[in-house]
Each structure stands twice: as structure tokens, then as C-alpha cells.
Design a binder for this molecule. Structure first.
Ligand code: ZN
Ligand code: ZN
Length: 346
């Protein structure tokens, strides 16, 4: 043995450096520690997961979560090289699982293996969102109304679809408290009760962007939270007097609304077969909406006049078909009624 050789003070064996040999160093090192117990908190109503104090939505399975929870309970020595962690989950009951964890790696040039058990507690707690919903908490109401009329079924349906779309995109983006807690049709229109001011504003904005009209906000002080004033806001949406596909009578002719601007309408003139701009005050009468039109058979066509069979009475009405409207006997047209008169749409 050379004079430069070093000896381990513990086992007296050969050591590669000053102090303990690798073997004794490994024996002295607590390289694997596990927490005995970890818990997972989830909301029994919506399945959201709580981490620390933060709730988030997840669609991960319990088995998947268990793996992560088990791994999070393992603490390894920083000197451990190439660790391989193996987890086996055993379900003990609906709210308890046991994870058996085996770790292999290399520590101070020695192959090491260790294992530990971690108990996983599956705890339930109502999440922040479900708590607010069940407590009827809300921050605003979007009231969808129309100017001098009641919003139609199509508009209510569209407004509801827009609201749901906004909710989905905010929730997906992590805004958990931007929820819709209630949507109901009233005799005046549609009421959408919302959990945050942000979603209320977005819904009002998108509805008017898509259906026309405008909205105003009406805050009401309802109290204080953490020293800050707390408002509940009514988003008052006013859809325009006319809506897309309305059939109107103006200057003795019929037309269909194709676009609603703040003071005028863009319409398709049935008589001339072209697009016109009409001021609201020029409209003599709202006849109906093209969505409510019905099919009627054409009995004859003669120049600009066609004979249409009334689907209710089977009587033939002579109607103005308008220019360049190629229709033949036996074909169907869409009609809407103006009193006794049948208006042929195109
Ligand atoms: Zn030693
Ligand atoms: Zn929940």
C-alpha cells in the first residue's frame, strides 16, 4: 500500500478522498424521504381541484392525479444521480389510497434502492365557484330587451348562445368565477345572471355586436368587501327596433332588412330586386320576420305577376313577383302575410 493512500475513518477501508469512503457515506446519508400523507381536495359538485388555496378545473382522472400526488411526496438527496421512481397505487377506500414508491439511483458511485409508503387522502370541499352559485352570489344581470318591442325567440336564443359561448371561453381561460348562474326568459326578454362584472360586460358587448343595438350599465352599491365598495351591475341591452330578416313595408313596397345601423336600415327591395338604404321613420309597417315565412305553391307565373296558392285557404292570390324573379308554376315560394295580402319573399 502506498503512503499516499487514504483510509476511511469509519470502516478503515480504502477511501478515494479525505474522510468517509463512498460506501460509508451512502450508509450515513438519508437520501430518500417521503411525506407520510398527502391530500387531494376536490369539489364534489364540479370536480375542480384545489392546490394550496387555488382552485382550478381539471379533467384528469383520479389515477393520474394519484401518480402526481405520490411523486410530490418524495424528496430526494440532490447528489442522487439518474433517479427512477416507480409508483404503485392501492385504493383502500373511496377516500383513501396508498402509494408504494420505489426509487433507484446512483449515490456516490453506489447503486441504491429505497422505498416508502404514502397515504393519499381524497378530501372533498365545495369550491369557490360552487359556493358562490349555491349561495346565489352574483355581481350583475344582463337584461336583454328591445326598443319598443319584445325580443323575438330567435334573438333570445342567439343571446343565450352568445352568453354560453362567452362563459365557456372565460372558464377555459381560467376565470372560474366568471360564471352564469341563471338564464331565464321573462315576458320582456332574457335575463342572464352573472358571477362577475367581466363576464357581464363581455356578454352585453357581444350580444350588441352580433344583434345590433346598444347597452348601458347601471351600477348599484350593495355593500363592502375588504374595505372596497361592492357593486352589482345591470347591463341593460336594447336591441334595435328592427332586426335582421324583418319584412317591412315602405313607400308602398315590401323589403327585407339585411343590416341594422343606428338610424337607418339596409334592405332588399322585393319589387326592384336590389339593396336600398331606408331611414327608420320611412318604414310604414313591420310585417313580420322572414324566419316565420311559410311555403306556398305557385299556380301560374305571368310576367311580373304570379299566382300563389294560400296554404291555409287554397285560394289563389295574385302577387307582384318583382323584377328578374324567375319562378315557374309548380315551384314553391316563401310567403308572409300582410293582412289579406300575401308577400312573396325572395
Ligand atoms: Zn468506510
Ligand atoms: Zn365546484
Amino acid at each position: 500500500m502506498a503512503i499516499t493512500d487514504r483510509f476511511c475513518p469509519k470502516c478503515g477501508g480504502h477511501s478515494e478522498r479525505e474522510g468517509l469512503c463512498d460506501h460509508c457515506k451512502v450508509a450515513e446519508t438519508r437520501w430518500l424521504t417521503c411525506e407520510h400523507r398527502v391530500q387531494s381536495i376536490h369539489c364534489p359538485s364540479c370536480g375542480a381541484q384545489k392546490q394550496g388555496n387555488v382552485w382550478s378545473d381539471t379533467d384528469r382522472e383520479r389515477a393520474d392525479l394519484a401518480m402526481d400526488l405520490a411523486r410530490s411526496a418524495v424528496h430526494l438527496h440532490p447528489e442522487l444521480r439518474s433517479p427512477r421512481i416507480n409508483v404503485k397505487i392501492n385504493t383502500l377506500s373511496t377516500n383513501r389510497s396508498r402509494a408504494t414508491i420505489t426509487v433507484q439511483g446512483v449515490l456516490y458511485h453506489q447503486q441504491v434502492t429505497g422505498s416508502c409508503d404514502v397515504e393519499i387522502a381524497w378530501n372533498k370541499e365545495q369550491c369557490d365557484r360552487c359556493n358562490r352559485i349555491s349561495g346565489s352570489y352574483y355581481e350583475g344581470i344582463v337584461q336583454v330587451r328591445a326598443l319598443d318591442r319584445i325580443p323575438g325567440p330567435y334573438e333570445c336564443q342567439m343571446a343565450a348562445a352568445i352568453a354560453s359561448e362567452v362563459e365557456l371561453s372565460l372558464q377555459t381561460g381560467g376565470e372560474r368565477l366568471s360564471f352564469i348562474s341563471n338564464m331565464s326568459e321573462t315576458t320582456e326578454g332574457l335575463d342572464i345572471v352573472v358571477g362577475s362584472q367581466h363576464i357581464g360586460l363581455l356578454i352585453a358587448h357581444k350580444i350588441t355586436a352580433q344583434l345590433g343595438g346598444r347597452y348601458t350599465t347601471h351600477p348599484k352599491l350593495i355593500g363592502e368587501k375588504n374595505g372596497r365598495p361592492l357593486y352589482r351591475i345591470t347591463y341593460s341591452v336594447r336591441l334595435p327596433r328592427y332586426q335582421k330578416r324583418d319584412v317591412i313595408r315602405f313607400r308602398g313596397r315590401y323589403a327585407e332588412v339585411i343590416q341594422v345601423e343606428s338610424n337607418f336600415l339596409r334592405v332588399f327591395d322585393f319589387t326592384e330586386g336590389n339593396i336600398k338604404t331606408v331611414r327608420e321613420e320611412e318604414v310604414d309597417q313591420l310585417i313580420g320576420n322572414a324566419r316565420d315565412a311559410v311555403d306556398a305553391m305557385v299556380a301560374f307565373a305571368k310576367g311580373d305577376t304570379i299566382g300563389v296558392i294560400d296554404p291555409d285557404t287554397y285560394a289563389t292570390h295574385e302577387c307582384a313577383a318583382g323584377k328578374s324573379f324567375n319562378i315557374k308554376a309548380g315551384q314553391y315560394v316563401r310567403i308572409i302575410r300582410d293582412g289579406d295580402h300575401l308577400v312573396v319573399l325572395r
